[in-house]
Design a protein around this ligand. Structure first.
Ligand SMILES: Cc1cc2nc3c(=O)[nH]c(=O)nc-3n(C[C@H](O)[C@H](O)[C@H](O)COP(=O)(O)O)c2cc1C
Ligand code: SF4
Ligand code: SF4
Length: 434
């Protein structure tokens, strides 16, 4: 079995699976059980300043989106940072780290955006033995209305300023946790690097209303007839998180900045995808909240087996492997031509591909005698919709045309690589050539 030991910004853990700052890491009881189950590390539930404890709502704080089998796909929450006293958390952190020295223990922090508050909290956590800090610039509800969380994460200048304070007043490695509620994720990541961050982590949750009760006309979860937007996470957000991680990984201004990938990680495969797109490790919240701590065991065995199969010695060999293959649309090969192909032996004759292609794509699927479905290459634009709607795995596949082969749709022979930047229909390309 491949060794999954991972060193992320100098913090070594037996595997790259950390629990994200959230209810699973809110107290000693949880974290001990998480470590017993095999988690490589945790980011402790966000701590705030000393003072009156945080007050959460006393009604429902979660909402959800489900798939047809009622599997949870997206989770929405209006929970705040820890509502337990600061000293209680610090005592527990010290004890847990003492007993589990081989696991990563990072403390998430969120205090008001002034130098004294940051200096003060950093002094208090210094002797807990924790391995590092994560700055929560991501929480999109409640705390942001008080000028913290995503209110900071949406202003690159604030990110840079606070990160500088943290690096000035602490010797601990510092991870800056980013909010996805921003138009260009590269800007806050660049600011974190300018401020001296050792790494960024992303994504925190996405502003969301998961549902509206059509009897009471209130968003859910509903608190006494009213609802507020919450933060969205779980499998549904993974594509957004992957894209943001890849943007930071390939941005020349942040290239090489370590990334902790978060958002919808549920299986070893999800984790491997984050690593391939440049994340040095992953953090998990919703999957643990849905299936319990032992889900990490599947992640560990799946990832080790995959690394073995690929002949990779460890996670570091996987990190960033897919980054060179992420590009801009205008670099894609317009001479790459494929055609959909239906495997008649696998087809169950449901007709979904036909309905989709006939009504909303390119009328490229024939329905013949006996509900036999066939692709008409002369019309197929290879959009992939039939594959996406087909209920049978691998029943429809894409066949790439060989170089020199004629595309029956356009009548043109398949040529060498050529992209939009040089395409004759591109007015900018014509200008450049003149
Ligand atoms: C109920 C709940 C509470 C959370 N609290 C925090 C928090 O205190 N600090 C923080 O940085 N992120 C918090 N998060 C965000 C998670 O750490 C994580 O970024 C997000 O859930 C995406 O990961 P996932 O898709 O694996 O859940 C919370 C998430 C949930 C669901
Ligand atoms: S790939 Fe698109 S155009 Fe081709 S058959 Fe499928 S749905 Fe129709
Ligand atoms: S969607 Fe798939 S299974 Fe259904 S008819 Fe088309 S090819 Fe066959």
């Amino acid at each position: 079995m491949a060794n999954l030991t991972t060193t992320f910004i100098g913090i070594t853990s037996p595997n790259p699976f950390w629990l994200a700052s959230a209810p699973p890491t809110d107290k000693e009881y949880n974290v001990r059980r998480a470590f017993e189950a095999g988690w490589g590390g945790v980011v402790w539930k966000t701590l705030g300043s000393e003072g009156p404890p945080i007050v959460n709502v006393n009604g429902p704080r979660y909402g959800a989106i489900w798939g047809a089998d009622r599997r949870l796909l997206g989770l929405n929450n209006i929970e705040l940072i820890t509502d337990r006293p600061l000293q209680t958390n610090l005592d527990e952190i010290r004890r847990v780290k003492r007993d589990w020295p081989d696991r990563a223990l990072v403390i998430s922090l969120m205090v008001p955006c002034d130098e004294e508050s940051w200096k003060d909290i950093l002094m208090r956590i210094e002797d807990t033995g924790a391995d590092g800090v994560e700055l929560n610039f991501g929480c999109p509800h409640g705390m942001s209305e008080r000028g913290m969380g995503s209110a900071v994460g949406q202003v690159p200048e604030y990110i840079e300023m606070v990160t500088r304070w943290v690096k000035q007043y602490s010797r601990m490695p510092c991870i800056v946790k980013l909010t996805p509620n921003i138009s260009d994720i590269r800007r806050p990541a660049e600011a974190a690097r300018r401020g001296g961050a050792d790494a960024v982590s992303l994504i925190n949750t996405i502003n969301s209303i998961t549902s509206v009760n059509l009897d009471s006309f209130a968003p859910e979860p509903t608190i006494d007839g009213k609802g507020a937007h919450g933060g969205y996470c779980g499998p549904a957000v993974k594509p957004i998180a992957l894209s943001m991680v890849s943007e930071i990984a390939r941005n020349p201004e942040t290239r090489g900045l370590p990334i902790s990938g978060i958002g919808g990680v549920t299986t070893w495969r999800d984790a491997a995808e984050f690593l391939a797109l440049g994340a040095g490790n992953v953090q998990v919240c919703t999957a643990a909240m849905t299936y319990g701590f032992k889900i990490v065991q599947e992640m560990i065995s799946g990832l080790s087996q995959y690394l073995d199969e690929k002949g990779l010695g460890g996670t570091a060999d996987l990190v960033g492997r897919a980054v060179p293959n992420v590009t801009d649309w205008n670099q894609l090969n317009l001479n790459y031509v494929t055609k959909a192909e239906i495997d008649q032996d696998l087809c169950i004759k449901c007709g979904r591909c036909f309905a989709a292609c006939e009504d909303t794509s390119h009328q490229a699927i024939w329905m013949k005698e006996g509900r036999t479905f066939e692709v008409n290459d002369a019309e197929c634009v290879a959009c992939n919709l039939c594959i996406d709607v087909c209920p049978v795995d691998n029943c429809i596949t894409m066949r790439p045309l060989k170089k020199g082969e004629t595309d029956p749709r356009t009548g043109r022979k398949v040529g060498d690589y050529a992209n939009w930047t040089t395409h004759p229909n591109n007015p900018m390309a014509v200008k450049a050539a003149e």
